[in-house]
Design a protein around this ligand. Structure first.
Ligand SMILES: Nc1ncnc2c1ncn2[C@@H]1O[C@H](COP(=O)(O)OP(=O)(O)OP(=O)(O)O)[C@@H](O)[C@H]1O
Ligand SMILES: [Mg+2]
Length: 147
């Protein structure tokens, strides 16, 4: 649900490519989610406020919860949360979780998540990479759309 929600920000920022990476490191007991887009990005002031629940640039709205809720989920699992962005270049969201923490969010049905993203946003491409140790699984919607 967090992935669907945060990717929505990238789509709204007119991204053409969204890259989602999920890395699990058993030794460090760390699960890391990164979402990178090539959308219109944010200036440093907007970026600093992006995960404030009382900040949004949606017209007519006073709260923006997508990033705030992901940041809270990371904190609840003793993890970390970061937003980095540059105007006209894109945005990177990183959330980490202590993997064995009881409050670490479950991955859910990632296949259905990707299917939803790819079918709902015809003009956007998605790369999903899941890494655990030497194992890497990769999905690239450009390959699917070509086929
Ligand atoms: N990938 C992004 N690219 C550009 N701006 C972003 C991006 N992600 C977030 N922002 C900015 O940060 C604000 C806060 O994002 P957040 O997802 O927390 O709330 P929201 O999208 O405004 O509302 P909600 O997610 O609750 O529908 C956005 O309104 C937007 O201005
Ligand atoms: Mg949002």
């Amino acid at each position: 649900m967090h992935i669907l929600d945060v990717v929505q920000n990238s789509v709204r920022a007119e991204a053409k490519l969204v890259e989602i990476t999920l890395s699990g490191d058993q030794e460090q007991d760390l699960l890391t989610l990164e979402i990178r887009d090539d959308g219109k990005g944010m200036d440093s002031e907007t970026c600093a406020r992006a995960s404030d629940p009382f900040f949004t640039t949606k017209p007519g709205r006073r709260i923006g919860l997508g990033l705030a809720l992901l940041a809270q989920a990371a904190r609840e699992a003793e993890g970390d949360f970061q937003v980095a962005s540059r105007p006209e270049a894109g945005t990177m969201i990183a959330a980490s979780f202590r993997w064995s923490h009881p409050d670490c969010k479950p991955l859910g049905d990632i296949t259905a998540t990707l299917e939803t993203l790819v079918t709902a946003h015809r003009g956007v491409d998605f790369v999903y990479e899941q890494r655990e140790g030497a194992e890497i699984a990769r999905f690239d919607s450009r390959e699917v759309r070509r086929a």
